[in-house]
Design a protein around this ligand. Structure first.
Ligand code: GDP
Ligand code: IMO
Ligand code: MG
Length: 423
């Protein structure tokens, strides 16, 4: 049975959650392998809108087992709130949610570090979600992290917290939360989460040997990858398919890698965005697409799709299929632009030097738009000819077929192309 991944290809918020929701009913397992509460995956199941941050979107289907693997970071207090929200809808998680005992825990110390850094010197700002993501990953790699297993034992937790505070003390100008103030709440929340704790890589290995249908749910997007993205304006995890094996603790290879792109492009937070529109067209995209952050509520920066960047990230992430979301949002634009390169940039890749990246001036190809409302369309052949031509241009430029098209936020508002030509 094939393993499938759904991954973002831009700067996040491509509609991954919506797509995972629409296909996870047909999967036995749904696995998050990186990121944490910085993610905001918006879904419209029965019972109305819900935004998931830590929980795999498969929790919304009662037949789906959900793993939070060790490549993630987790704020246990926020997770408890999310669990309560999902269970409040009658979706019980006992026996269906498993949290890695090795997952990295975000503490009050990490939140303080993230917030104070963002409030500090302008040059150090990334525009983070202030969920403590960077400091939590940093502590993991500095070997002073707190892990899920530590929350289950007072002695282990006190030692782990003390280690982190000792090392971080000099960086927090004395306002670091102390060990004793963090200890009790973390032990209490650990006791509540104990029933979900497991060796998730073993569970996954077993599921694979039993030929279960497994879906990996990415968070953020390839352009936010900690190494391949627009560093330092990135998140702190590996967001491409390369992050899956390390994130789940199994040297596996995913067979079907679906890369999600909006029909245009957005970004929240700081950092370069070559095809950004800082004008009325950008505002129109923001309003038509409801482009406000699912986690922080910040207005998203909007621009045209950047096919050059898309082709690059498809190559490095081994994308086998594209999923294009929010095609409906482009209805009513007379002319559409697609980024096809940058002035004077002949290399096939993207510059590692952020100053060079920030200086990129995009070159565009203009394509005719369409007027029709396509939000009720359910097969490629029913799309307006110009919408089909748009999709065809994207897949020819990028060199990857568009396998899924999404035309609305609802579960049912997406369809497979079944490899059908978009003539
Ligand atoms: P994620 O982080 O990749 O899961 O995406 P977000 O949930 O942060 O942002 C995507 C937004 O677009 C959400 O509000 C979705 O409900 C919405 N959405 C997803 N797919 C479509 C689509 O095809 N059309 C429209 N109009 N909205 C969509
Ligand atoms: P989903 O899964 C969009 C951005 C932040 C910031 C940078 C670093 O919903 O697509 P962090 O808090 O991770 O240290 O912030 O990354 N960012 C996201 N942008 N969608 C996300 O997740 C994001 N997660 C982080 O805005 O620019
Ligand atoms: Mg999001």
């Amino acid at each position: 049975m094939p393993t499938t991944a759904i991954l973002g290809l831009q700067w996040g918020d491509e509609g991954k959650g919506k797509l995972v929701d629409s296909i996870s009913a047909a999967h036995d397992l749904c696995v998050r392998f990186q990121g944490g509460g910085n993610a905001g995956h918006t879904v419209y199941p029965e019972g109305g809108k819900i935004v998931l941050h830590h929980l795999p979107t498969g929790v919304l289907h009662s037949g789906c087992i959900n793993l939070m693997a060790q490549g993630m970071v987790m704020d246990p207090f926020k997770l408890i709130e999310e669990i309560a929200e999902v269970e409040g809808r009658g979706l019980k998680l006992d026996g269906r949610l498993f949290i890695s005992d090795r997952i990295a825990i975000t503490t009050a110390l990490h939140l303080t570090l993230d917030v104070s850094r963002e409030a500090g010197a302008e040059a150090n700002r990334v525009g983070t979600t202030k969920r403590g993501i960077g400091p939590t990953y940093a502590d993991r790699y500095d070997r002073i992290g707190v892990r899920m297993i530590d929350l289950l034992d007072e002695g282990a937790l006190r030692d782990a917290l003390q280690r982190a505070v000792n090392v971080r003390d000099c960086q927090t100008a004395g306002d670091a939360p102390n060990v004793e103030s963090m200890l009790k709440p973390l032990l209490e929340v650990g006791a509540k989460l104990r029933k979900y704790v497991a060796d998730t890589s073993l569970l996954l290995a077993e599921a694979m040997s039993e030929n279960k249908r497994i879906l990996f749910e990415g968070a953020q997007g390839a352009m936010l990858d900690v190494v391949q993205g627009t560093y330092p304006y990135v998140t702190s995890s590996y967001t491409t398919a390369a992050g899956i094996p390390a994130g789940v603790g199994l040297a596996l290879r995913v067979e079907k890698v679906i890369g999600v792109t909006k029909a245009y492009c957005t970004r929240v937070g700081d950092g370069p965005f070559p095809t950004e529109l800082r004008d009325a067209v950008g505002d129109k995209l923001r309003e038509a697409g409801g482009e406000y952050g699912a986690t922080t509520g910040r207005p998203r920066r909007c621009g045209w799709i950047d096919l050059f960047a898309l082709r690059y990230v498809c190559r490095i992430s081994g994308i086998t299929h594209l999923a294009m979301t929010k095609l409906d949002v482009l209805s009513g634009f007379e002319q559409l632009q697609v980024g096809v390169g940058y002035e004077g940039h002949s290399a096939p890749g993207l510059p590692a030097d952020i100053r060079k990246f920030s200086a990129l001036k995009p070159t565009f190809k203009s394509l005719p738009g369409w007027k029709e409302d396509i939000s009720q369309t359910r097969k490629p052949a029913d799309l307006p000819a110009n919408a089909r031509a748009y999709l065809r241009f994207v897949e020819e430029f990028v060199g990857v077929p568009v396998g899924i098209i999404s035309v609305g936020p609802e579960r049912e508002a997406s369809f497979d192309t079944d490899g059908a030509p978009k003539e």
